[in-house]
Design a protein around this ligand. Structure first.
Ligand code: CLF
Ligand code: SF4
Length: 474
């Protein structure tokens, strides 16, 4: 059934690592401050793009279907337009001229960037020459990594992601059926042992060269969920800067081994509980969007379809003016954001309560509560308590508002995705969805529209706190 949205909601419109500068050593902050994946704060302002230049892969993961892109750093079940290094260079110049937030170029497949090295290297060299201020970033399964580390260092690639799903090869036998190494196919325990040893060697080599390493791990219930605590301990000891524990995605229609055998992924709350158990370990990345190997834009938005090769002219030239102007604005906004975060912390510390609640925020970026409830394709989730406001993840949803109408079935999906959340803060919401959320025990308000996220959450927490216990037990 379709439901008309109230005039105060969608129909009235055109439908349209948490650590910051004060917590990291200056040389590290300088490296991460504009990288949307390595800094949670930066992901409100800066965008990445991927170019799909590296289709070959040297291992098989049970969550991957070779028809699609590498699911170590992408959503499974999508196919990217494969590019030559020269095409990739033109595409990056087109995006860098049009998307002011662009700060990072990543190569995340669609196979393995270190195994398909010639194309990866040629692409990075071309881009570094044309747009020297863009950060270079790559993602790998680690098997070929030790052979490439010296070149990675020479090319000033100072962000490398290694996907490590186990540190015990026995666990690895349930994830990797085979690898291809030194001209030979290896299976079973031998394959998992080699992969593990190469991953550890690669981590140590990167650390010695002071290259920032993020470790991605796919959380597979019943296979490596308990083991993840050990993975976190080991990668921390080996010097990883960030650990990104991602949920397994295993829809049967993707045709992966796990999808076809019914292996499920974790629920958002299972993922959060696991993250809470390891949060005293290596810093955790909680804002990953498992993007595509040809993703373009802020994390959580994908403008890839605007920049397929059909839209890129043969003689494209790089125009830096939009990126330069944007950086000036961000420098100013960021100062204000830092001050407001501090104020929000002080405000929360003054609240005499230990209650910790989850708050979902609709945002288009810029660190503000600035999106209509019905336009959100995801909500950013924060934990608020007297100890402060902490980013804990995001929940993907289907967009509720479709041309001025909201679908009941879609709203049911949104409510299910908001499991555990006490309140939704957004810039507008209609009475119908607000009432449905309320019936499901979730408050929703647009009273903090256009506030900084942390300031809005602190103000809501302070105002509603007295009522919170009653809300949660209702
Ligand atoms: Fe790309 Fe990965 Fe570099 Fe980021 S993505 S290569 S580190 S620039 Fe980021 Fe996307 Fe998550 Fe990857 S949100 S899937 S962590
Ligand atoms: Fe697939 Fe990536 Fe695993 Fe290779 S490393 S099998 S492309 S998920």
């Amino acid at each position: 059934m379709r439901k008309a949205l109230s005039s105060s909601g969608c129909a009235s419109s055109k439908c349209g690592s948490s650590s910051g500068s004060d917590e990291l050593p200056p040389e590290i902050w300088e490296k991460v401050k504009d990288h949307p994946c390595y800094s949670e704060e930066a992901h409100h302002y800066f965008a990445r793009m991927h170019v799909a230049v590296a289709p070959a892969c040297n291992i098989q993961c049970n969550y991957c279907n070779r028809k699609y892109d590498c699911s170590n750093e992408s959503r499974p079940g999508v196919v990217s337009e494969k590019l030559t290094p020269e095409q990739a260079m033109r595409k990056v110049m087109a995006v860098a001229s049009e998307v002011p937030q662009l700060s990072v170029l990543g190569i995340a497949g669609p196979g393995d960037a270190c195994y398909d090295w010639k194309k990866t290297k040629a692409t990075f060299e071309l881009i570094a020459e044309k747009i020297p201020d863009i950060k270079l970033c790559l993602s790998t399964n680690g098997l070929a990594l030790p052979d490439r580390v010296d070149e990675i260092a020479q090319m000033n690639i100072d962000h490398v992601t290694v996907t490590i799903n186990m540190v015990d090869p026995e666990v690895g036998t349930h994830i990797y059926p085979w690898i291809f190494y030194r001209n030979k196919r290896w299976t079973g325990l031998d394959a998992a042992k080699i992969l593990h040893e190469r991953q550890m060697e690669g981590l140590e080599m990167l650390k010695e060269r002071r290259i920032l390493v993020k470790v991605n791990s796919v959380l597979i219930p019943g296979i490596n969920d308990e083991h993840m605590l050990e993975v976190n301990r080991v990668v921390k000891q080996k010097g990883a800067f960030l650990h990104n524990i991602m949920p397994l995605i295993s829809e049967p229609e993707h045709g992966t081994y796990f999808g076809l055998t019914g292996q499920r992924g974790p629920t958002p709350m299972e993922l959060k509980k696991l993250q809470d158990r390891v949060s005293d370990g290596t810093k955790l990345m909680k804002h990953c969007r498992q993007c595509r190997a040809d993703a373009v834009g802020l994390l959580g938005e994908d403008r890839g379809q605007e920049f397929t090769m059909a839209h890129v002219s043969d003689d494209v030239a790089y125009d830096p003016s939009k990126r330069e102007a944007y950086r000036e604005i961000v420098a100013k906004e960021r100062g204000e954001h830092v001050e407001n975060r501090k104020k929000a912390s002080d405000q929360l510390a003054a609240v005499a309560s230990d209650a910790a609640v989850l708050v979902a925020v609709a945002t288009k970026g810029g660190g503000r509560i600035n999106q209509h409830f019905g336009h959100a394709k995801e909500f950013q989730v924060y934990e608020a308590s007297a100890r402060g406001v902490q980013f804990v993840g995001h929940r993907k949803v289907d967009q509720y508002c479709q041309g001025g109408w909201g679908e009941d079935a879609t709203l049911d999906g949104v409510i299910a995705a908001l499991e555990g959340v006490s309140v939704v803060l957004c810039s507008k919401i209609g009475d119908c969805p607000k009432d449905s959320l309320s019936a499901a025990g979730i408050q929703a308000t647009d009273s903090y529209a256009h506030e900084w996220i942390e300031a809005g959450i602190a103000a809501w927490y302070g105002a509603a706190h007295g009522k919170e216990q009653a809300l949660r037990s209702a």
